[in-house]
Design a protein around this ligand. Structure first.
Ligand SMILES: [Fe+2]
Ligand SMILES: [Fe+2]
Length: 209
C-alpha cells in the first residue's frame, strides 16, 4: 500500500528514470513491504529503500565515477567502474543529496545492493532483503530461479536464500557476457563458510554482505 509520503520520491524518479525502471522500483518497494513483516523491518524504511534503490541507475558512467570521487569511494579494479556495480553507491548518493534521505539503514542497503563495497554494515538483514526484493520483483523474468528461491526467502531462510541467489547470479551474469564483480565470488565463499559454521542458527546479524 502506498502512502502520500512516497509521492515526492515517485515524482523525482518519474523525472529521472525510464517508465520501465520506475515500475521496477515500485515493484521492489512492494516486495520490501512483504519482506519487512517476515524479517522484522520497519515497513516505511523498507519500502523507501526499495523505491529508491536504483535512483542513480541512469546516470552516466562519468557521473557515477564523479560521485565515487566525491565520496572517496576507491575505484581499484575495472569492475568498480562498471555501472552495473557502481550504480549502488551512485543511487545512495542521489537518495541522500537529492532526496534528503539520512537513514543509514536505507543508504547502506542501497549502496551495497549492487554487490560493491566492503566492511561491516549496520543491518546485514536489511541489506539482504533489498537484494532479495530486487530479485523477486514481479516484473523480472527469471521464473525458474524465482520459483526456487522465493520459498526460501519467504520462509525466513535468509542464509540459504543468499547463497542460492549468488549461485544463480554469478552464472547468470556470465551467460549474459557480463563479468561478475570479483567481490561476488568472495561473498559466495563467505556465505558457504557461514552456512558450514552454522552461524545462521543464532540469527542473521553476522551474515556476510
Ligand atoms: Fe540496482
Ligand atoms: Fe533494481
Amino acid at each position: 500500500m502506498q502512502t502520500k509520503e512516497f509521492d515526492p520520491y515517485i515524482s523525482y524518479l518519474a523525472g529521472h528514470l525510464t517508465p520501465a525502471r520506475l515500475q521496477h522500483s515500485l515493484g521492489v518497494m512492494r516486495v520490501m513491504q512483504e519482506l519487512a513483516s517476515i524479517y522484522g523491518l520497519d515497513s516505511i524504511t523498507a519500502q523507501t529503500a526499495g523505491l529508491l534503490h536504483d535512483a542513480g541507475k541512469e546516470l552516466t558512467q562519468g557521473q557515477m565515477i564523479e560521485i565515487a570521487r566525491a565520496i572517496h569511494f576507491p575505484l581499484i579494479i575495472p569492475s568498480d567502474r562498471d555501472p552495473l556495480f557502481l550504480h549502488g553507491p551512485a543511487s545512495a548518493y542521489v537518495a541522500a543529496h537529492d532526496l534528503g534521505i539520512d537513514d543509514p539503514l536505507i543508504l547502506e542497503a542501497i549502496f551495497r545492493h549492487s554487490f560493491i563495497g566492503t566492511g561491516q554494515v549496520q543491518s546485514p538483514v536489511f541489506c539482504w532483503c533489498l537484494r532479495f526484493a530486487d530479485f523477486l520483483e514481479p516484473g523480472r523474468d527469471w521464473d525458474e530461479a524465482h520459483d526456487r528461491l522465493q520459498p526460501l526467502i519467504y520462509s525466513g531462510n535468509m542464509a540459504e536464500a543468499a547463497l542460492g541467489l549468488m549461485d544463480w547470479l554469478i552464472p547468470f551474469l556470465q551467460s549474459m557476457q557480463l563479468a561478475p564483480h570479483p567481490g561476488q565470488f568472495v561473498l559466495r565463499q563467505k556465505l558457504l563458510q557461514y552456512l558450514e559454521d552454522g552461524t545462521n542458527e543464532v540469527g542473521f546479524d553476522q551474515i556476510p554482505v
